[in-house]
Design a protein around this ligand. Sequence first.
Ligand code: SF4
Ligand code: NI
Ligand code: NI
Length: 709
Amino acid sequence: MTLFDRVFSGNDAVYGLTEGAIDAAIAQHGEDKAVSFPDTAYSLPCYYSVTGTKVTTLKELKEALGVVKTLMTREKRLNDAFMSGIATALCAEFIEVLKYIDGATPYEEPCYGHLADAVIRELGVPLVTGDIPGVAVILGTAPSVEEGVALVKSYQAQGILVTLVGGIIDQVKEAGMNTGANVRVIPLGKDVTAVIHVVSVALRAALIFGNVTPGDAGTLMKYTMDRVPAFVNAFGPLDDVVVACGAGAIALGFPVITNETENIFRVPKSLIVQEDVSKFNATSLEARDIKIKITNIDIPVAFASAFEGEIIRRKDMRVEFDGSRVDCAELVHTCDASEIEDHKITVVGPEVDEMEDGSKNSIAYVVKVAGKNMQPDFEPVIERKFHNYINCIEGVYHTGQRDMQRIRISHAAFDAGFRIKHIGEVLYTQVKNEFDAVVDKCEVVIYTDPAECTRIRHEVAIPTFEKRDDRLANLTDESVDVYYSCILCQAFSPSHVCVVTPERLGLCGAVSWLDAKATNELDPNGPCQVITKERPINEELGSYEDVDEAVQKFSQGALEHVTLYSIMQDPMTSCGCFECICGIEPFSNGVVIANREYAGMTPLGMTFSEMASMTGGGVQTPGFMGHGKHFIASKKFMKAEGGIERIVWMPKELKEFIAEKLNATAKELYGIDNFTDMIGDETVATDPETLVGFLTEKGHPALGLDPMM
Ligand code: SF4
Ligand code: NI
Ligand code: NI
């Protein structure tokens, strides 16, 4: 059999199954039965992105199958094979969506099945920063448990996001390996059709970040080929269905690496035979051109971004440090070069060995830095990375910051030889690696002696934090001479530009004005560039000739005007990885804000995903705007439309998160006390009528404002 025959026969087999499944579902539920995946604004995301049609019922699904059939041409040409591959993928999506009828939850632990839009948006930043350098799709059953697990772990150690389909899921389970999105190993499902859930992620990325028009299949395939760093590892023996799926993957630009040697035809850079499973990793990275940043740190456990989300449970922990219970602190301190001995690491107080098993202890670490270009403004920028650095240690868990951090060291890490001094080693190496442009010398002192921790916390750390907070509070858009651009997200959203100001952080929530300033200092030709603000056009709107020129330049002409403070007139664009989205609520003259974590309904009749799908891809959409959580409490939030008094609804959790600052702003701007009590949430209303009733009762100021449109 030729490769063509195998693809066509696999495609035909899946098509037959799909047709049967749809007919059976219609017989059971009737053709008007609603079909959709949960937590997505894109209906059946693969079919929608390829054809531009949203399927909503079984009847439409059956019609869609007819469209799929037209892709299944049978000439023995490469294009026919690719299209049959795509057709196979779409059939898989149809089979999978049938599992979700009537709100069913067909997947159970450890499998995920369909992944929500919010998950894809969350992946945006780590993918653009290269923190997640690639996406591996591992399919089938490895020749042995050991080989399968070793392969998964090799990707995990590189930070690559691993998705699993088929027998490999049981193999990693048998080996007792932890899986889950938090450790970047996501079992999708055991049926081969579950592979569609990762294809769905890639295609939605094109819609969310790339502004690809649904139905524009050519641009779609170019986007996934150029920008989604995914690849497939398929264990032999491969059946024709897997071969047909593989053709679909190749059509999207994802190389397939397999150990199957029988009846397989090599296609350079696309279908690669690698008999030795231990070489899958290297072969895949080469085929997809993925470069891995290697961090060698001299510690007895692994260090990789994949461990960032790892959780250490109480029963698994050897010791804990808890800033909410005892005195702790983490601090970067700028010193004179003569005060520092580079790479010196000192532990003042007991080591873990001398601490009781399961005990709560104090810890305070001071990272002293010196450098010609170091500025005290960069201290918090470096300090904020500690969370990430310490979390990347296998078997160590870190939450919180400043003097409220909490650290756990697992039994396993302790048994492997991990000690307090290794935290110093990690901080030293990472600070020197990432901040080499400003840090010439670095020394770490870690205190575990309780009296010393108390002293450091109260006499050194807290006064420093207070000084910084004062500086931040005085840092306004008016008080600085320049803003910064950020174009990090252009890897996925080619025309998106964030303008970052002291009062308006990047919409991802991860880039403040100080971060942008430090990024610019660290890499003057990098993603953050200085934008002057010498030629204001309209202070209310926050428009400047300088800003317009900058966005024109950095968007390669896609954008002409951007205002900083309006959501109606030339609003800032969104890439897709925004923390929150706000949209106009016409009945109250206000806006509704939803955060990515909120899965429920909003009074706009849309979920977060649906609101989010209204904007993105670096396009301006008046009335909808993505933004960071901290922007909500800013005096500049929608200043042109009246400011925060337009906010009429937020999910409860977000409201509580931002309450203190938001209330302070409302008091200052309008003299309103406890403004958040006037703002609706899901416990009050998820429809406009009830919301307006609530707002009227509370005397919400938005009701008295002019309509926004
Ligand atoms: Fe992306 Fe904007 Fe965040 Fe930069 S600031 S990473 S461009 S969202
Ligand atoms: Ni000093
Ligand atoms: Ni982004």
